[in-house]
Design a protein around this ligand. Structure first.
Ligand code: ADP
Ligand code: ASP
Ligand code: MG
Length: 406
């Protein structure tokens, strides 16, 4: 028996009509293929944000534990409504919250990791011909507390269920018809990719493309889950996320990612001696602030400038901590900029080609875009530029690397 796990994101289930549309699609698919279907759904679009704002009216910074109790209700609404719509069409269906399935997670509230999934009940339901509808984005700790998996976490629920149930395919249905060379909202000339490697998709997701949650791609790669991104509204093959294979067309660059959520901070005139980098970064990580890029300048006058990027939400906190470190280390100054973005080019083809970086930098220079920081790995090059240049940088690189459609 073929088993498919489907996932429908917020915009795909954003209204009553859209939920009914998904129900019709599922009934049609079951009738035409006979496949077993497990369906993961998100909260109706806007709900997670609405509840987050609502919480802030109660408490300036509510606990992650209570936030999880609150936000997990969004998905619970959708599973019930979808089951009703399916039953109305004569299709037997059963709804599960994460806790009811027993998607067991650790207790890192608001960013919990899945540790185990109990599949017995789901399997029994499938055997009875039911469509199984599971709330995305949530789980339960061994002690019984409700957890959530981080924004975009329904993707990870779907992939993890597909892995646990050994599904034949995990299909992520959304409001675009696949993974594009870059976000089509920023570059309308972006092209849909038929295939992309797990490695590239993981880089794209890590570098800011919000089409798939990073952990869902990690999971799919690790457990070899065939993963496809497709549109809920338009028929098509979408994009298959797959291992690199010999026959695959090896484009130099597969895509361009960007991240608007970054901020840059600098500690200037730091005495250049062993232990300084760790003295700066230790208090930052102790405050649970994640650091992305780091650059340290060569010292000419026995002092150095130390620059790094953090999430924009952590900017004020980071600046405060740096002021203290500045005094302790007898450094000169703290400066920062929270109007920066990171733009990255990604491609496995880069491995075997020199000159990609210089092509990237000269394309940006031709448009007068100043590069503030650079970081590279085997299959990606990232630059930090001023926020005002984001769209221009993405479109310029898209054109320069020949990614635009005909
Ligand atoms: P869902 O609510 O279905 O989970 P998301 O909003 O999380 O949907 O993800 C879909 C969105 O991802 C698209 O509307 C698109 O704007 C954005 N996106 C970002 N990068 C890409 C990309 N490279 N290809 C396609 N879509 C992308
Ligand atoms: N509802 C959650 C969010 O908006 C999870 C998801 O949609 O994947 O982030
Ligand atoms: Mg999403």
């Amino acid at each position: 028996m073929t088993l498919h796990v489907h996932k429908y994101g917020g915009t795909s289930v954003g209204t009553a009509d859209k939920i009914q549309n998904v129900a019709k699609k599922l009934v049609k698919e079951k009738a035409s293929t006979g496949n077993d279907l497990v369906v993961v759904v998100s909260a109706m679009s806007g709900e997670t944000n609405r509840m987050t704002e609502l919480a802030k009216t109660m408490q300036a910074s509510p606990s992650a534990k209570q936030m999880d109790v609150l936000l997990s209700t969004g998905e619970q609404v959708t599973i019930a409504l979808l089951c009703m719509a399916l039953e109305e069409l004569g299709q037997a269906a059963v709804s599960y919250t994460g806790g009811q399935v027993k998607i067991v997670t650790d207790d890192a509230h608001s960013k919990a990791r899945i540790e185990d999934i109990h599949t017995n009940n789901i399997q029994a339901d499938l055997a009875k011909g039911r469509i199984v509808v599971v709330a995305g984005f949530q789980g339960v700790t061994a002690a019984g507390a409700i957890t959530t998996l981080g924004r975009g976490g329904s993707d990870t629920t779907a992939v993890a269920l597909a892995a646990a149930l050994k599904a034949d395919e995990c299909r992520i249905y959304t409001d675009v018809d696949g993974v594009y060379t870059t976000d089509p909202r920023v570059e309308p000339k972006a092209r849909r990719l038929d295939k992309i490697t797990f490695e590239e998709m993981l880089e794209m997701a890590s570098l800011g493309s919000k089409i798939l949650q990073i952990r869902s791609v990690e999971f799919a790669g690790k457990y070899n889950v065939p993963l496809r991104v497709l549109s809920t509204f338009i028929d098509g093959e979408g994009t298959l996320i797959t291992y690199e294979d010999e026959g695959m067309e090896k484009a130099l660059i597969s895509g361009i990612a960007f991240n608007r959520d970054e901020a840059k901070v600098t500690l200037g005139g730091v005495p250049d001696m062993p232990g300084v980098a760790s003295a700066i970064l230790k208090p930052i990580s102790a405050a649970n602030i994640e650091i992305d890029m780091i650059v340290q300048n060569i010292a000419e006058d026995k002092t150095t400038d130390f620059t790094f990027t953090v999430h924009r939400n952590d900017y004020d906190k980071t600046m405060r901590i740096l002021q203290e470190i500045c005094e302790q280390l007898d450094a000169d100054r703290v400066t920062g900029d929270d109007k920066i973005v990171k733009v990255s080019i990604v491609g496995v083809g880069m491995r075997s080609h020199a000159g990609i970086a210089s092509q990237m930098f000269s394309a940006l220079a031709d448009e007068g875009i100043n590069i503030r920081m650079i970081s590279t790995s085997e299959i990606k090059i990232s630059v930090v530029v001023d926020e005002k240049y984001m769209e221009l940088a993405v479109r310029t690189l898209h054109e320069s690397f020949g990614l635009s459609g005909e």
